[in-house]
Design a binder for this molecule. Structure first.
Ligand SMILES: *[C@@H]1O[C@H](CO)[C@@H](O)[C@H](O)[C@H]1NC(C)=O
Ligand SMILES: *[C@@H]1O[C@H](CO)[C@@H](O)[C@H](O)[C@H]1NC(C)=O
Ligand SMILES: *[C@@H]1O[C@H](CO)[C@@H](O)[C@H](O)[C@H]1NC(C)=O
Ligand SMILES: *[C@@H]1O[C@H](CO)[C@@H](O)[C@H](O)[C@H]1NC(C)=O
Ligand SMILES: *[C@@H]1O[C@H](CO)[C@@H](O)[C@H](O)[C@H]1NC(C)=O
Ligand SMILES: *[C@@H]1O[C@H](CO)[C@@H](O)[C@H](O)[C@H]1NC(C)=O
Ligand SMILES: *[C@@H]1O[C@H](CO)[C@@H](O)[C@H](O)[C@H]1NC(C)=O
Ligand SMILES: *[C@@H]1O[C@H](CO)[C@@H](O)[C@H](O)[C@H]1NC(C)=O
Ligand SMILES: *[C@@H]1O[C@H](CO)[C@@H](O)[C@H](O)[C@H]1NC(C)=O
Length: 777
């Protein structure tokens, strides 16, 4: 085969194997400063209620404000260069390039609320796969007509409009009346590339250009030059594509989770970087354009809510009834690593799915299902199986080549303390005379993200026992590796992904985050056609129109799509009600009917019974059909969220930064929101009180009784223990007292409160409880 692109192997391996290279921290003062001058980009919030009528537009006011703060000695820049964006939907204010002196003078301007440095954001990318049990004949797909009429705004890296997934076959051939967006032209992208599936496409990079004045933008248009945005968009609402596959794996009909919803791309993520000011501009535009749901598979690390552009923009979205779904991040499995821990968004963790690829068949007939995505149908059949306990053939290139030269067979690479399985894979790839290899590993960084570059397969240490035994006891051991095979129904599934960032939320620890888990590991979806997705040996680089990616970035669009389906089926529900329905109906059991397990190895947060903590999976794995009919919902209003901000003791300007409006007040500060989960942060033994109100969204009257499972070391009292609803939409309240009998040396524990409908339990409304020492924040 001819090499398609030639990169040094080392860089490819680095790209694929190491933990995500883009997880740079964005904390601190020195991000994005232009070293050559003292100007930086700031996001500036202004008070809309103080808008001076002498200006005809907000834009004019902002320009004038900047001009008056500018020092006369720097007259060269034009107004437009200084003012990057005016924002009027997601927040109220602008972003601009300013010197510290200009910023100081701006702080004294009329109407000024707050300002902070523009930041870089983290994408939650990587290699994965998907699927959820949706059927057009019943449940959520049926009730929502597959998401028809819904518009999902994607905050991402652009879109590849020619992909089969973005064709508009079968779509209604008119635009929704509420749609106000456009299809923006640019490099390699013209307005005729939008259609009745991809109805809008815009791009935003003024913040990026301001942060890197000499940057050359490679694809200055909504076109995806990365693959991430095409992947997430097709996961949300890709059209039906027959025969989609990755080099023969996972062959089938690709489709989004909301296959009849419309897509609008807001490209804010660039190969050259990504800035909070551009994300804000993209979300601002999406809100103005009339989207129903915003899907943002990216986040800002270690920022307070009032400086987090996703938190700020999503507050405005929530007020307008737009659901915002975001990714938890790929910084797991340590606690407190998640971003987007924002009370009014849906924060999504990632899970595995019940699918794997490839098998090893021993000469005695035993079949071991392993994992391989080797990108060709290699013939590795009835070859000698070589296992040499003493020589560690896979630990040195020289030794490996010698063994392969004398015995033409399949080499079993024993796990070693001196060399990682990633290095063993590299050595086998370089020893080009190895016919086949078996790697023994359950390292989640390999099984969740890894690639193989030679005809080989990965099996677990447990499965390896019988392989080694067979190789050692049989005189003439033989084996076959089968490629391009897809196995479903793998148990136990789902597992919480090792990489998925864990709660609690550093920006608001009093609410349990993440909220929900969805498939994120090895999701197959549309990609860009010119980028390497598979490597064979050291010099063959293959692209693919459909690609496996793993990450919470891949989990988030599943939830965005389900939110769109719910909004279509239940147009009367608020943003909080949609989130509540998704959370209280989530599946906390796996396909063996045991609580979901955690794939983190080693698990830095062991728990008493080895099951995944809600700090990893939130309420559990999303169950779209059940979310259609949750029985009860926990609702909240924008003022309820403001009460939280007041409870945080934020200043009035910090609060105004988020709310943009003085119509909210702090007369009722509280850290307890009417939320479908319970988070107890304790310093010492004491009672923690919560109050909740549930709304009956079932068909008529109903009676619910409570079932509690207490976290170890705590006792839970619920009053009353029965809730009686005479009618639909009636509200009832209850109180929860959680007595913590622990001190800060004790571990995190968890339980749940479930309201079960009497008479057969048609509805079970579940809320997880987490009890954790304050010190883990
Ligand atoms: C940022 O810089 C200011 C002034 O130089 C300093 O007071 C502040 O502590 C710094 N913040 C961080 C997070 O480094
Ligand atoms: C919903 O289910 C019914 C009954 O199975 C079927 O006739 C109808 O076509 C389905 N609707 C959609 C949108 O598929
Ligand atoms: C837009 O691009 C398409 C496909 O490349 C091309 O056929 C069409 O002529 C272009 N339209 C305009 C107005 O440039
Ligand atoms: C940008 O380019 C100009 C002119 O080529 C150069 O003087 C300046 O140092 C560059 N700035 C940065 C930050 O690289
Ligand atoms: C509590 O945490 C410690 C480590 O901090 C761990 O060794 C211990 O096993 C945990 N206890 C339980 C019951 O999980
Ligand atoms: C806010 O301030 C009050 C009064 O000083 C204090 O009791 C409370 O603990 C503070 N809340 C937080 C979250 O710091
Ligand atoms: C605060 O807001 C609440 C709810 O909107 C309102 O009832 C109350 O009067 C307001 N209080 C003040 C002091 O403005
Ligand atoms: C626990 O202690 C921390 C600091 O040690 C404090 O900030 C927090 O407010 C305390 N929380 C409670 C519930 O007492
Ligand atoms: C914390 O609890 C443990 C076990 O319940 C007890 O042995 C220990 O003395 C307590 N520590 C403090 C500081 O109260």
């Amino acid at each position: 085969m001819e090499p398609c692109f030639v990169f040094p192997l080392k860089s490819i391996l680095f790209l694929i194997i190491t933990t995500p290279w883009f997880l740079f921290s964005i904390d601190g003062n020195n991000t994005n400063r232009d070293e050559s001058s003292s100007s930086s980009t700031y996001i500036v919030h202004m008070d809309k209620s103080q808008f001076p009528n002498i200006f005809s537009t907000h834009h004019e006011w902002f320009q004038a404000t900047i001009q008056s703060s500018k020092l006369s000695k720097t007259p060269s820049s034009s107004k437009e260069q200084l003012l990057l964006y005016s924002y009027n939907h997601a927040m109220y204010g602008f972003s601009a390039t300013l010197t510290p002196q200009e910023l100081n003078s701006l702080r004294n301007s009329y109407g000024f609320v707050s300002a902070y440095l523009d930041r870089t954001a983290t994408m939650d990318t990587t290699h994965t796969f998907e699927f959820l049990n949706l059927n057009p004949n019943f449940g959520l797909w049926n009730a929502s007509n597959l998401g028809e009429g819904m518009i999902v705004g994607m905050i991402d890296s652009g879109v590849w409009p020619e992909s089969e997934s973005f064709k508009d076959d079968g779509m209604e051939k008119s635009l929704p009346l509420k749609w106000k967006g456009t299809c923006e032209e640019g490099e390699g992208f013209n307005a005729s590339m939008c259609n009745f599936k991809l109805i809008g496409a815009r791009y935003f990079n003024k913040g990026l250009v301001a942060s890197k004045p000499n940057v050359t933008i490679k694809m200055n248009s909504p076109r995806d030059h990365d693959g991430h945005g095409s992947h997430t968009s097709s996961t949300v609402a890709g059209n039906y594509v027959h025969g989609a596959n990755f080099f023969g794996y996972a062959k089938g009909v690709a489709r989004g989770i909301a296959p009849r919803a419309r897509l609008a791309m807001y490209k804010v993520s660039w190969e050259e970087g990504r800035q909070a000011s551009d994300i804000l501009a993209g979300m601002d535009q999406a809100i103005a354009d009339g989207v129903d749901v915003i899907s943002a598979s990216m986040g800002l690390d270690k920022v307070p809510l009032y400086e987090d552009s996703i938190a700020i923009a999503s507050f405005a979205a929530m007020e307008k009834g737009i659901v915002v779904s975001t990714s938890a991040g790929n910084a797991g499995p340590n606690l407190g690593t998640l971003h987007n821990g924002i009370p009014w968004v849906i924060n999504v963790a990632a899970s595995s799915v019940d699918r794997t690829f490839g098998s090893l068949v021993l000469g005695n007939g035993e079949t071991i299902i392993g994992w391989t995505l080797f990108a060709a149908d290699a013939i590795v059949q009835d070859l000698q199986l070589v296992y040499d306990d003493t020589l560690s053939a896979c630990n040195s290139l020289q030794r490996l080549s010698e063994v392969a030269a004398t015995i033409s067979g399949i080499i079993v690479c024993k796990a070693s303390d001196s060399i990682s399985v990633f290095d063993q894979i590299k050595l086998v790839t370089m020893a080009n005379n190895v016919k086949g290899a078996v790697f023994i590993s359950d390292n989640p960084e390999l099984t969740e993200w890894g690639h193989l570059y030679s005809p080989s397969i990965v099996i677990t240490p447990k499965d390896a026992e019988s392989v080694i035994n067979y190789a050692q006891t049989n005189k003439n051991p033989k084996a076959t590796i089968n490629f391009q095979q897809t196995f479903l129904g793998i148990e136990p599934s789902p597992l919480a992904a090792h990489y998925s960032s864990r709660g609690p939320s550093p920006s608001f620890p009093w609410i349990l985050k993440p909220d929900i888990m969805a498939p994120g590991t090895r999701v197959l979806a549309a990609y860009i056609p010119h980028k390497t997705t598979a490597t064979i040996g050291t010099n063959v680089f293959l692209p693919s129109e459909y690609n496996f990616q793993s990450g919470t970035s891949m989990a988030c669009p599943h939830v965005s799509a389900v939110a769109a389906l719910l909004k279509s089926a239940r147009p009367e529900w608020s943003v909080a009600a949609i989130k509540s329905a998704i959370m209280t109906t989530a599946n906390f059991l796996d396909n063996t009917k045991n609580p979901i397990r955690d794939n983190a190895k080693p698990n830095p947060n062991p728990n008493p019974n080895g099951f995944a903590s809600p700090l990893a999976i939130g309420s559990g794995e999303i169950d779209p059909n059940r979310a259609l009919d949750p029985g009860l919902v926990y609702d909240s209003t924008p003022q309820d969220y403001v009460n939280l901000l007041c409870g945080m003791n934020y200043s009035s300007d910090q609060i105004l930064t988020i709310t943009r409006s003085r119509s909210y007040n702090c007369s009722n500060p509280s850290l307890d929101l009417n939320y479908p989960s319970f988070m107890v942060l304790y310093n010492k033994s004491r009672v923690h009180k919560f109050r909740r109100t549930v709304t009956n969204v079932g068909d008529g009257g109903a009676t619910y009784s409570v079932k509690v499972s207490e976290p170890i070391g705590s006792s839970v009292e619920v009053y009353p223990r029965t809730l009686v609803f005479k009618d639909k939409n009636e509200k009832q309240s209850y109180e929860v007292n959680i007595m913590v009998h622990m001190n800060e040396t004790n571990n995190v524990s968890f339980g749940d409160i479930v309201w079960v409908e009497d008479g057969g339990g048609k509805h079970a409304v579940r809320s997880p409880i987490v009890v954790a020492p304050f010190g883990i924040v």
